[in-house]
Design a binder for this molecule. Structure first.
Ligand SMILES: Nc1ncnc2c1ncn2[C@@H]1O[C@H](COP(=O)(O)OP(=O)(O)OP(=O)(O)O)[C@@H](O)[C@H]1O
Ligand SMILES: [Mg+2]
Ligand SMILES: [Mg+2]
Length: 465
C-alpha cells in the first residue's frame, strides 16, 4: 500500500516588524496585546503596507529552494470566522503567489518538489487555560510574517517528512531569515493518504518530531480502517502533541469556502529582475554546498560533513577551529565527541559553555601529547559542566600527561605488586597485560597514554621472562 504525504509548512520570518504594520514581531516575552495597532487588530479604515524586508526574505527563501520567482504577485483575502482573526479574513496569497516550482533534496537523495511559496500574516494566539471556562486571545502574533511552503505529495514515509522539515529549517536558518529555536516558529499541516483512501489533513503540528509522530499515527489509523473494509474519509484532523494522536476537527466551519478575492487595499507587487538578481548574488553558501565543500576541502566523510553542517553555528564553530589545527581531528572531536556530550546533556552548542578557543586549546594539548584522549574528554566534560577554562581544569584536576619514564616506573611497581598477573602472562594470557595497563591507568588517574603503557608493560614482562 503506497503512502502519499504532502506538507504545508509555515515558517515565521525574522523581520523586526510585522508584515503590514510597524509593530514589533518580538512577542514571546511580552504581555498579551502589547504589540498591536489598528492595522494588525484589523480595525475598520486601517490600511496595510507591505514590509519590504519580508518580501526580500521570501524571495531569498524561494531562490534557495530553486523556485521561479514571480515577476508580480497579488495578496488575497482568505475569509473565515475565528477569534484569532480579528478582521474576519487573513491576508494571504492565492492564484498569484510569490514563488513556484522548487525542489528540496532529502538526505536519501530523493527530490521533493515545491508547489508554491507564498507570504501571509500569522493569526493571533488563543489560550485555553485548563480549568477555566473562558478562552483568551493575544493579538501580539497577529500580523507576524509567515512564509507558507507547499510541497507536491512526493513524500512516502513519516521519516521523509521529518527529514524534509529538518532540511527546510536548516536552509532557512542558513539564510538568516528564521529562528527555529523559537517556540512555534515552524508549524505545519501534514496531508496523508494511503492508496485507495481519502486524504487526511492534519493541522496543529509544531515540530518535525511532531510531524513524524502524527503521520505514524495516521498510517496506523488509516490502515486499520481499510483492513476492516471501512472508508477513509477526506477530512481535516487536529494533532494533539501530548497524546500523540489526531482527532477529527471539532469546528465544522473549518471545512469552508474561503471566498478568496484580491485584497483591495494592497496593490499588485511587481518584483524586478534586478532585485531578484541582486538577492540571488547575496545568497550565502547553503547546507548541501557546505557539506560537499567540507568533504572536499577537509577530507571528511559524508556522515561527518553532514553532521557538522546541520546548523550554521556548528559549521562555523567547526571551520574556525579546523583552519587552525588538524581538520580531521577537529571533525572527530566536534562531530562525535562534543555532539555526543551535548546530546547527553540535552543542549545544543549555542546553549553550552564551550567556546571555540576552549576546544582549540584542548586539541592543541592533545596533539602535543600534553594530555591523553581520556584527559581531553575529561577537560571537555568539565568545561561543559562547570563553565571553567580548560587550562584551569587541567591544573586543578591534575590531567597533564606524564612522561614515559614516569609511566615506566609505575609499570614496574604495578608488575611487582601483581605476581599472579606475571604468572598468567607466562601462560599466554593476553588479558593479564590489559589488567596491568588498567592498573597503571588507575594509578595515574588516566594520564598515561594507554598505547604506550601497553607497549612498556609487554616489554617489561618479556624482560622478566
Ligand atoms: N492524495 C494526497 N495525499 C496526500 N497529500 C496530498 C494528496 N493530494 C494533495 N496532497 C497535498 O496536500 C497539500 C494541499 O495543500 P493546499 O494548501 O494546496 O490545499 P488545501 O489543503 O486543499 O487548502 P488549504 O489547506 O489552504 O485550505 C499539498 O501539500 C499536497 O502535496
Ligand atoms: Mg491545506
Ligand atoms: Mg494551504
Amino acid at each position: 500500500m503506497d503512502i502519499v504525504i504532502g506538507l504545508e509548512v509555515h515558517i515565521q520570518l525574522q523581520t523586526n516588524t510585522k508584515l503590514f504594520c510597524g509593530c514589533s514581531t518580538n512577542y514571546r516575552d511580552s504581555k498579551p496585546n502589547k504589540h498591536t495597532c489598528p492595522i494588525c487588530l484589523g480595525l475598520p479604515g486601517s490600511l496595510p503596507k507591505l514590509n519590504q524586508k519580508a518580501l526580500e526574505y521570501g524571495i531569498k527563501a524561494g531562490l534557495a529552494l530553486d523556485c521561479n520567482i514571480a515577476d508580480s504577485m497579488q495578496f488575497h483575502r482568505k475569509n473565515y470566522f475565528y477569534p484569532d482573526l480579528p478582521k474576519g479574513f487573513q491576508i494571504s496569497q492565492y492564484d498569484s503567489p510569490l514563488a513556484t516550482e522548487g525542489t528540496v533534496e532529502l538526505s536519501n537523495g530523493k527530490k521533493i518538489e515545491i508547489r508554491r511559496i507564498h507570504l501571509e500574516e500569522d493569526p493571533g494566539r488563543l489560550e485555553h487555560p485548563a480549568g477555566k471556562k473562558q478562552s483568551y486571545v493575544d493579538y501580539n502574533r497577529s500580523g507576524v510574517p509567515l512564509l507558507e511552503i507547499v510541497t507536491e505529495p512526493d513524500m512516502s514515509s513519516p521519516q521523509e517528512a521529518r527529514d524534509f522539515l529538518r532540511k527546510i529549517r536548516e536552509i532557512m536558518e542558513y539564510l538568516k531569515i528564521f529562528d527555529g529555536g523559537l517556540e512555534g516558529s515552524l508549524r505545519c499541516d501534514a496531508n496523508i493518504s494511503i492508496e485507495g483512501g481519502g486524504r487526511a489533513e492534519v493541522k496543529n503540528i509544531s515540530s518535525y518530531k511532531g510531524a513524524e509522530k502524527a503521520l505514524n499515527y495516521e498510517i496506523t489509523r488509516q490502515k486499520n480502517l481499510m483492513r476492516r473494509g471501512k472508508e477513509v474519509k477526506r477530512e481535516t484532523r487536529h494533532f494533539n502533541e501530548e497524546q500523540g494522536i489526531t482527532k477529527p476537527s471539532r469546528e465544522k466551519e473549518e471545512e469552508h469556502d474561503y471566498r478568496y478575492f484580491p485584497e483591495p487595499d494592497l496593490p499588485r507587487v511587481t518584483i524586478s529582475k534586478e532585485k531578484i538578481k541582486e538577492i540571488e548574488e547575496s545568497l550565502p553558501e547553503l547546507p548541501d554546498e557546505k557539506r560537499d565543500r567540507f568533504q572536499k576541502e577537509y577530507g571528511l566523510s559524508q556522515d561527518q560533513a553532514e553532521s557538522l553542517t546541520t546548523s550554521l553555528f556548528l559549521a562555523d564553530f567547526y571551520e574556525e577551529i579546523a583552519c587552525q589545527i588538524d581538520p580531521e581531528l577537529t571533525a572527530t572531536w566536534v562531530a562525535d565527541t562534543l555532539k555526543g556530550e551535548l546530546s547527553y546533556r540535552g543542549i545544543n552548542l549555542k546553549e553550552s559553555n564551550i567556546e571555540k578557543e576552549d576546544l582549540l586549546f584542548i586539541l592543541r594539548y592533545l596533539k602535543e601529547d600534553e594530555i591523553t584522549e581520556k584527559g581531553a574528554i575529561k577537560v571537555m566534560r568539565s568545561t561543559l559542566d562547570e563553565n571553567k577554562k580548560p587550562e584551569k581544569i587541567i591544573e586543578e584536576e591534575n590531567l597533564r600527561s606524564i612522561s614515559l619514564d614516569e609511566i615506566s616506573e609505575i609499570a614496574k611497581r604495578v608488575i611487582k605488586e601483581n605476581p599472579e598477573a606475571i604468572e598468567d602472562y607466562r601462560q599466554g594470557k593476553e588479558k593479564a597485560v590489559n589488567y596491568l595497563v588498567g592498573q597503571v591507568m588507575k594509578e595515574t588517574n588516566g594520564r598515561a597514554d594507554p598505547g604506550e603503557t601497553n607497549k612498556l608493560i609487554q616489554k617489561q614482562l618479556e624482560e622478566i621472562d
